[in-house]
Design a protein. Structure first.
Length: 131
């Protein structure tokens, strides 16, 4: 149960906070946030995928478990974005295509990382067994 809590809530909040801090740095320093927010997203997604691969390395996760993690990460992002971005800055125009891509990516990243790790482990087992 503790591992499930770490995988879903703690990792989800950590990823959300990293994206939030990166977007706040851009928001407060650059004049065209619409453009630079998309740049942050394009840089953030590979970092989030790398984090997921690192975080889940050494564990074989079922697709069902990975999907549950992804859904929780997306829900955490949706729930925390509203008070900390929309309400705090009155940014009712915040929800656009890039934000929806972010929410979908948060659901897909754990599944993709889990699948990659599972395939890598299977390939290593296949090489070790000499098949």
């Amino acid at each position: 149960m503790e591992q499930l809590l770490r995988d879903t809530v703690y990792a989800g909040i950590l990823l959300w906070a990293a994206g939030y801090l990166a977007s706040m740095a851009v928001y407060h320093s650059l004049p065209d946030y619409g453009f630079w927010g998309k740049v942050v997203l394009l840089l953030y997604l590979p970092c989030a995928f790398g984090f997921a691969c690192w975080y889940f390395s050494g564990r074989i996760l079922s697709l069902r478990y990975s999907a549950g993690i992804g859904i929780s990460w997306s829900l955490i992002a949706i729930i925390l974005d509203f008070p900390f971005i929309v309400l705090r800055f009155g940014a009712w125009q915040y929800y656009g295509p890039d934000v929806y891509v972010y929410y979908i990516a948060m659901a897909v990243i754990p599944m993709a990382a889990g699948t990659l790790i599972r395939k890598r482990e299977m390939a290593e087992d296949w090489q070790v067994s000499g098949r």
